[in-house]
Design a protein around this ligand. Structure first.
Ligand code: COA
Length: 262
């Protein structure tokens, strides 16, 4: 299935949806249309149970995304209008509600809002030519798409502050060392690697896959005792599924499982 968008491409095959930021002439910089289309796309994904895993990438081979479209910065903004607008049009907040694992395939530049989009994904795979940074400080602003909150949760307070205060643009090897990306693959191969991982995940029992993500992502926001309670509740629910019985039978009968998704 393919949906019509102006600034992104959406493809869905065999349980894997691929969302491609598609403004290659400007390194996939995000304008207002793209932000709205990403909200619409992820709102759709939240309710589409046929999509098991989502991959996000950039078109053109040179960039994941160079961040917010700086051309839109030239006009001054009325503070309250901007704040209210941001509250409503935050695709990264919509992504937080996605039950499916989301994998970022990062080739080339991922700056500002582009990196913030990658930070809102669950797993990040970078090509060796990737350059990553929260560069907003050089435009006299700060990350406003979750970067100041998500980056320290991933790389720790000191490294996040160093990156945010300097606006440093780091390479893939450094990003891997920091734990900012999970894997580095040769240039040009990030999407292939992300789709391979996505297919592996899409073959898992669907409800278990969603609950595993929920336990980790929601649990991280909770005190340990509450997180353990959440884990216990989700693990208990999974003991009641048909797929649990099927998984055990398939193992004992030495055959691949056929998941029902319930
Ligand atoms: N917003 C709007 N346009 C952008 C853009 C952005 N964030 N990033 C790149 N572009 C445009 C350039 O203006 C240029 O347009 P032009 O051909 O009409 O002049 C085109 O994309 C190609 O970019 P260019 O700078 O010529 O390519 P490059 O390979 O030399 O450098 C970058 C690429 C990404 C390193 C550089 O463009 C850059 O630093 N961009 C800004 C990144 C940033 O700070 N983002 C955070 C915004 S909050």
């Amino acid at each position: 299935m393919t949906e019509a968008y102006e600034t992104i491409r959406y493809e869905h095959a065999d349980g894997v949806a691929t969302v491609t930021l598609n403004r290659p002439d400007v390194h996939n910089a995000m304008n207002e249309t793209m932000r709205r289309e990403l909200v619409r796309c992820f709102e759709h994904l939240i309710t589409d149970d046929t999509v098991r895993v989502v991959v996000v990438t950039g078109a053109g081979g040179r960039a994941f995304s160079a961040g917010a479209d700086i051309r839109e910065f030239v006009a001054p903004q009325v503070p309250t209008v901007f704040r209210e607008h941001r509250r409503r049009i935050d695709f990264r907040a919509v992504m937080d509600g996605c039950p499916q694992p989301i994998i970022a395939a990062i080739g080339g530049y991922a700056f500002g809002g582009g990196l913030e989009l990658a930070l809102a994904c669950d797993v990040r795979i970078a090509a060796s030519d990737a350059r990553l940074g929260l560069t907003e400080i050089d435009l006299a602003i700060i990350p406003g798409g979750g970067g100041t909150q998500r980056l320290p949760r991933i790389v720790g307070r000191g490294k996040a502050l160093e990156m945010i205060l300097t606006g440093a643009r780091i390479d893939a090897a450094e990003a891997l060392r920091l734990g900012l990306v999970e894997r580095v693959v040769p240039a040009g191969e990030a999407l292939k690697a992300a789709q391979e991982l996505a297919r592996t995940l899409a073959a898992k029992a669907p409800v278990a896959l969603r609950y595993a993500k929920e336990a980790v992502v929601k649990g991280l926001e909770l005190p340990l005792a509450d997180g353990l309670r959440l884990e216990n509740d989700l693990a208990t629910l999974l003991r009641t599924t048909e797929d649990r019985v099927e998984g055990a039978k398939a193992f004992l009968e030495k055959r691949p499982p056929r998941w029902a998704g319930r």
